[in-house]
Design a protein around this ligand. Structure first.
Ligand code: NDP
Length: 300
């Protein structure tokens, strides 16, 4: 293997440490404790795991965590009423509604009901527009984590060729906006892209956010490129025993690591950065709401 393996677990721990130190300072100097409210509708097992993990890490960082669990058949109006209460609650600086929502709910309407100032997921249409127009925004956590890793590795990204594979509102599009903001030359690829291997081969930076196990092959990658693998895919692992599974990314890690200059593993790459950035966003939202200076290096 020749690539540097980017240790997202260690980097996320460092970010959580920095957030924790800033939270302690806010408490000591201003008597303010940032608070994050997470709303879960229904019993999706993966969402339950994420919500538990978010709550635990919020408390470990010294912040207040408020969990609201609603049954799957909750009327949308009740969810909107809860969001309204959280928007007005001065103890709450971040409001996150765990996605996906049950089918009877209008996801866009729910997200856009969150106060943009407390929208720590960065999915509110105002924050999307602010990011796209270069204004101060709340930035989606997963792309923010990717950007932090890239800045940490390269310092200045200006002029680099970046290819983002995937155009979702959650990862691909905001990732492309952030790279553009840092003056990369950005290409967004998707399922209709012609000659994806040729497009990827141009890139100094590849961000794969596709959801297809080990799709990106070593021959697609320009030697020395930095590869950020956002994908989380569970595949069968008969070598571990019958019915066992393992997690892989969207990049064929073993082969790609022989060509890339740096690469994130799955698990242990982008994944841990996402919740660390959620904590960073909650701190940023709290500072902005109180008109206090934002800690450096924890936002885009
Ligand atoms: P979506 O399914 O919303 O988007 C996938 C994108 O990949 C689409 O734009 C789609 O194109 C594109 N795509 C699909 N197939 C191909 C193909 N064969 N060639 C090129 N492009 C293709 O997924 P998300 O963005 O939500 O998530 C992507 C991955 O990242 C998933 O594995 C998810 O689990 C993971 N993820 C990880 C997070 C983390 O914390 N690490 C957080 C969020 C997501 P088109 O638009 O044309 O259909």
């Amino acid at each position: 293997m020749s690539a540097k393996i980017i240790d997202g677990k260690a980097f996320a721990a460092e970010i959580r440490g920095r957030v924790g130190a800033e939270v302690a300072r806010l408490k000591a100097e201003h008597d303010i404790t940032p608070g994050l409210a997470v709303v879960l509708v229904g019993e999706d097992p993966a969402s339950q795991v994420y919500v538990r993990s978010k709550g635990r890490q919020t408390i470990e960082a010294g912040m207040n965590s408020y969990e609201h669990k609603l049954p799957a058949d909750t009327p949308e109006a009740d969810l909107l009423a809860l969001i309204e209460r959280l928007n007005e609650d001065p103890a709450v600086h971040g409001v996150l509604v765990q996605l996906p929502l049950p089918r009877h709910m209008d996801e866009a309407a729910v997200i856009n009901a969150i106060s943009p100032a407390k929208d720590v997921d960065g999915f509110h249409i105002l924050n999307v527009g602010r990011l796209a127009t270069g204004q101060k925004a709340m930035v989606p956590c997963t792309p923010l984590g990717c950007l932090m890793m890239l800045r940490d590795l390269h310092g200045n990204l200006s002029g680099m060729e970046a290819v983002v594979i995937g155009r979702s509102n959650i990862v691909g599009k905001p990732m492309a906006q952030l790279l553009l903001r840092d003056s990369c030359t950005v290409t967004i690829a998707h399922s209709r892209t012609r000659d994806l291997p040729g497009v990827v081969k141009r890139a100094d930076i590849v961000v794969a956010a596709v959801g297809r196990p080990e799709m990106v092959k070593d021959e697609w990658i320009k030697p020395g490129a930095t590869v950020i693998d956002v994908g989380i895919n569970r595949i069968p692992a008969p070598e571990k025993g019958e019915g066992k599974t393992r997690l892989v990314g969207d990049v064929d890690f073993e082969s790609a690591a022989k060509v890339a200059g740096a690469i994130t593993p799955v698990p242990g790459g982008v994944g841990p950065m996402t919740i660390a950035c959620l904590l960073a966003n909650t701190l940023t939202a709290c500072c902005r709401i109180h008109g206090l200076p934002e800690p450096e290096g924890l936002t885009a």
